[in-house]
Write a protein that binds this ligand. Structure first.
Ligand code: 13P
Length: 242
């Protein structure tokens, strides 16, 4: 079964929760559906989705269990208010907050200790792809962002495809996902063979069917199109059957 995950980024308001939750609860799903709203919306979202099969995730956590870290959020608190997943190492965090792969790995350790499943993002910039470095960059990010004993998921998000409407060719996605699969089995052993690898970057209802059928694509991490429940559900509908 594939996973379709919506990353709301810094969008959304309390008033959006009820209609969104009502729409996704009413859907017949053949995928795992995950919503990652801004952290302050998690408690009310958890109430609105209670008893459904739809999961909630956060968009970041701190590497320490608690402490003097003004503005940061502990993984255990995210879990307590209803998140079971956390996106880590998104390119917007690597860029806006200078997060290194080592920091991402430390956060992933904290997430696992708190019971959160991490979705670790990797992906090259356009300049790196143009320079023929895409696979090397992603291999390096993977090698340094995943902690020992990692049991979560990876999302391949080419930076140049995020929010741009541009997507890699299916063959490029297939090649990168094969590279990531090889990295996962190398780093995580047999567990790496079954880990989901999501694709993210301009996934829309119109291109989802093709993207989700690429070999080794285990689902999608959706930004802009996840803000409308009907679009996220159309993407979920486009996933291949089990
Ligand atoms: P878009 O779907 O808006 O391109 O964003 C992708 C993304 O960054 C998801 O994490």
């Amino acid at each position: 079964m594939q996973m379709i995950a919506g990353n709301w980024k810094m969008h959304g308001a309390v008033a959006d929760i009820a209609p969104y939750a009502q729409a996704v609860r009413a859907a017949r799903l053949h995928v795992d559906l995950l919503i990652c709203p801004p952290a302050p919306l998690l408690p009310a979202f958890a109430t609105a989705l209670a008893g459904s099969a739809i999961s909630l995730g956060a968009q970041d956590c701190h590497a320490a269990p608690s402490g003097a870290h003004t503005g940061d959020i502990a993984a255990a608190l995210l879990y307590e208010v209803g998140a079971h997943f956390v996106i880590l190492g998104h390119s917007e965090r690597r860029g806006d907050h200078a997060e290194s792969s080592a920091m991402v790995a430390a956060k992933a350790r904290a997430a696992a200790l708190a019971g959160l499943t991490a979705i670790i993002c990797v992906g090259e910039t356009e300049a790196e792809r143009d320079a023929g470095q895409a696979e090397a960059v992603v291999r390096h990010q993977l090698a340094h962002s995943l902690p020992e004993g990692f049991t979560g998921m990876v999302a391949y998000e080419p930076v140049w495809a995020i929010g741009t409407g541009r997507i890699p060719a299916e063959a490029e996605i297939a090649a990168m996902h094969a590279t990531i699969r090889a990295g996962l089995t190398g780093q995580c052993g047999p567990a790496g063979a079954g880990m989901r690898i999501l694709y993210g970057g301009s996934v829309k209802p119109g291109n989802a069917s093709a993207l989700l059928s690429v070999p080794e694509v285990g689902g999608a991490l959706v930004g802009g199109a996840s803000l409308k429940a009907e679009d996220l559900l159309a993407i979920a509908d486009a996933a291949p059957g089990v």
